[in-house]
Design a protein around this ligand. Structure first.
Ligand SMILES: [Zn+2]
Length: 311
């Protein structure tokens, strides 16, 4: 690989180019946003204000261009930092990046607790022993704690130990590496606003099948870029104008639509299931009536439920 002019300014940073659609694999790709010198200036501002300068110089190495795939309605960063650089970015202490600590009392976050009880109702109805859940991307523990409180035996996967340490996990099962879970199968896997952070969402979802039985319930939420873009010009405030952008470099690498999220599931070998069908299948009609209305509208638009597609 040729040495880029930025190597001195951003030591250790390697550029990962993603020319084809990371969701459907199409090479019929458009440039949705082409960065200017003003973009790079705003990025520098983002790095200073939110990341204590951690990403300074990355704007010289990485194009900041955004690609678009018409086939599956997906947006993504055409050039991304390598995994080690991403991890170092996440490990740095940050200001106002949404790193909310898990509340001491989980009941404080009732919206999350309700979602957790929904999933527990689906899974536990047909199970005699305690239901297990993998929190994929444990973060500070907010969601894992809610699932624990709902009745699950929770294992959290969080590759960035600094985040685990800043967090407040009620489970003592926090792993940094999925290899530590070799041979373990879970009744449910929760993937809360994680896929948009990954360079290869399809590959990561395929990997997770190792931890599934044919009945494992997968719950996924992602920010919906396409919906965001129907409400406003998505590039006016890109990459930074005082608050996090939905494609904020380099945390949000992927900009999903409903279609591209479905495509991830399909290509990774899962089938989407409506929440009402899932609850009916698992827990019967009475519980279904009680729970279906309990999903908040904002989450419904970005949340999907799936099970492994075993043919
Ligand atoms: Zn695509």
């Amino acid at each position: 690989m040729s040495k880029s002019r930025s190597d001195n300014q951003a030591p250790g940073l390697k550029v990962v180019r993603v020319p084809d659609c990371p969701v459907c694999g199409s090479n019929d790709v458009l440039v949705a946003f082409e960065a200017t010198s003003e973009t790079r200036e705003q990025f520098r501002n983002l790095s200073e204000k939110k990341y204590l300068g951690k990403m300074n110089g990355w704007e010289d190495a990485l194009s900041l261009n955004i690609s678009y795939c018409p086939a599956c309605d997906h947006h993504w960063h055409a050039e991304q930092p390598d995994k080690a650089s991403l991890m170092s970015m996440y490990a740095a202490p940050m200001k106002g990046r949404g790193d909310r600590k898990a509340p001491e009392n989980i009941a404080l976050d009732e919206a999350i607790a309700k979602q957790a009880r929904n999933v527990f109702a689906m899974v536990s109805a047909k199970k005699r022993s305690q239901a297990t859940l993998l929190e994929f991307g444990g973060g500070l523990g907010r969601w894992g704690n809610a699932f624990q409180a709902a009745g699950f035996d929770v294992t959290a996967y969080e590759p960035v130990s600094e985040r685990t340490e800043r967090g407040n996990h009620s489970t003592d099962k926090v792993v940094r590496d999925l290899a530590q879970l070799d041979g373990v199968e879970f009744d449910a896997i929760n993937i809360e606003q994680v896929l948009e952070h990954l360079t290869d969402p399809v590959g990561e979802m395929r990997r997770l099948k190792e931890f599934c039985t044919k009945n494992t319930v997968i719950r996924i939420t992602v920010p919906n870029f396409s919906k965001f873009a129907t409400k406003q010009d998505p590039w006016v405030d890109f990459p930074y104008a005082g608050r996090m952008h939905i494609l904020s470099p380099y945390e949000h690498l992927q900009g999903f639509s409903a279609r591209s999220l479905q495509t991830v599931l399909l290509r990774a070998g899962y089938k989407e299931i409506s929440l009402s069908r899932l609850i009916q299948a698992c827990a019967g009609r009475v519980i279904a009536r009680r729970f279906v209305g309990a999903c908040s509208p904002s989450l419904r638009e970005t949340a999907v439920y799936a099970v492994p597609n075993v043919g």
